[in-house]
Design a protein around this ligand. Structure first.
Ligand SMILES: [Zn+2]
Length: 129
């Protein structure tokens, strides 16, 4: 199955597909940047985050592929464990959603794990020299 995003529903009788992972708020994968909350960059003077697209952009910058170097080993491992599974959020499928960013992240997580290992090895070698 292609990794995909699923819209979670409150409809009675609706069941999440098998293997789907809920990544909304209340989980470690939720987007901390909310529409209407103060923008985190000092240059923006605390203006509200405009819309879903901006909230997802912030997620991509800070938690997504560009922010993944800040992930600890535990979080990278958890991300790798989700690889290939559908991700579920409340966002309508025709709207931007941080889950789309996470779908990219789990492919990158394996590579980042390897990069971290290389850096750690190089650091150990430099210290031993
Ligand atoms: Zn979403």
């Amino acid at each position: 199955m292609m990794p995909t995003r699923i819209q979670r529903r409150r409809t009675r009788g609706w069941r999440a597909p098998e293997g789907a992972v809920y990544v909304g708020r209340g989980t470690r994968w939720g987007n901390p940047f909310r529409v209407g909350a103060p923008h985190p960059h000092p240059d923006e003077n605390g203006r509200p985050i405009r819309d879903r697209a901006e909230a997802v952009d912030l997620f991509e910058l800070h938690i997504g592929p560009m922010g993944m170097h800040e992930y600890d080993d535990d979080k990278l491992a958890a991300l790798r464990a989700m690889a290939g599974r559908p991700l579920m959020c409340w966002c309508p499928l025709d709207q931007p959603c941080h889950a789309n960013v996470l779908l990219l992240c789990y492919a990158l997580a394996a590579q980042i794990g390897r990069l971290k290992q290389l850096v750690d090895d190089a650091t150990r070698q430099a210290e031993a020299a």
